[in-house]
Each structure stands twice: as structure tokens, then as C-alpha cells.
Design a protein around this ligand. Structure first.
Ligand SMILES: [Zn+2]
Ligand SMILES: [Zn+2]
Length: 163
């Protein structure tokens, strides 16, 4: 029986309830899960829970630093229990798939701003946007089946270049 999450709650003096525990475990079991996803898992585990209760529990856990909330543009918020290591995310523009990516170099160099303006910085939120391998392969397959027209043009050179 996983009591790791219960211990984490107790250590912070948070009352351990079945709902909080189930929400925490759902996030731990499925990184980058949405609140809807959490609600679905929790309902399967302990029965009825309102979406508002799910949000309340998630908000509490985020506030205590036990889970992290990430909100990619154009996507619902996602939650993960991998906290405190300043990792970043790779997000696919096409299908929305989101994966972890280590901090660029070293322990947490992105936290060292050129000028911190006197702030005490504890998190750098970096999102790498692009296309995932699957979406890329699909796009390439589509391009291959429809070859571009024959007219070639040398890019990036002024028309009056001396040759
Ligand atoms: Zn994709
Ligand atoms: Zn992550």
C-alpha cells in the first residue's frame, strides 16, 4: 500500500483525507495529468468526487509545493509530482503531447538570470514548443505524397547579386 503520499502530507501538517490522498496519488501515478484526468482516476478509486473538490485538493498540494502546476498556452493545466528540480517541458503544437526535458546544462543554470533585479528566483519556466516525432513523420508523409511544383528559386539572395 503506497503511503508515501500520506507521509508527505503528514510531514507538512496537512490533514490526510481520502480525497486528498487519492488526488495526490493520481498525479504521482500519471505525470502531466489534467484535473479532468485526476477526477476520473479518483472516481474509480474512492467513488464520487466533485471537480471542485479535485481543484481544491490540487490547489492545496500546489500551494504546499508537493506538486507542480504547468499551464502550456492553449492547453488545460497539467499537474506533476516531480518538483524542485527545475526541469522543463517539450510540447507538441499539433497533438499537445508533453514530455519532461532536463534543464539545459548542469543543475539549474536557467535559474541564474543575467540580472535578477533583486528577486530571489526559485523557478524558471521554460517550454520548448515544436512537433513531436509522430506528428513530424505524419507531416513528412503528407509532403512526400504531394511534391511541390517544379519552379526553383534560390532563397536568400538579392536579385542583383554579382556573379
Ligand atoms: Zn504531436
Ligand atoms: Zn514535467
Amino acid at each position: 500500500m503506497a503511503t508515501e503520499q500520506a507521509d508527505l502530507l503528514r510531514r507538512r501538517g496537512i490533514q490526510v483525507t481520502a480525497q486528498r490522498l487519492a488526488v495526490f496519488r493520481a498525479v504521482a501515478g500519471q505525470p502531466h495529468i489534467t484535473a479532468d484526468g485526476v477526477a476520473e482516476i479518483v472516481r474509480g478509486e474512492i467513488g464520487a468526487i466533485s471537480l471542485q473538490s479535485v481543484y481544491d485538493a490540487l490547489g492545496l498540494l500546489v500551494g504546499e509545493g508537493l506538486i507542480r502546476r504547468i499551464q502550456p498556452a492553449g492547453s488545460p493545466a497539467r499537474y506533476e509530482d516531480r518538483v524542485g528540480d527545475n526541469h522543463h517541458h517539450l510540447i507538441c503544437r499539433i497533438c499537445g503531447r508533453l514530455v519532461d526535458i532536463e534543464c539545459a546544462v548542469g543543475a539549474a543554470p536557467c535559474l541564474t538570470a543575467v540580472d535578477d533585479m533583486g528577486y530571489e528566483i526559485d523557478e524558471a519556466e521554460v517550454a520548448y514548443w515544436g512537433r513531436c516525432p509522430d506528428c513530424l513523420a505524419q507531416a513528412q508523409a503528407t509532403t512526400d505524397s504531394a511534391p511541390p511544383a517544379g519552379r526553383r528559386r534560390r532563397p536568400g539572395r538579392p536579385a542583383s547579386s554579382t556573379e
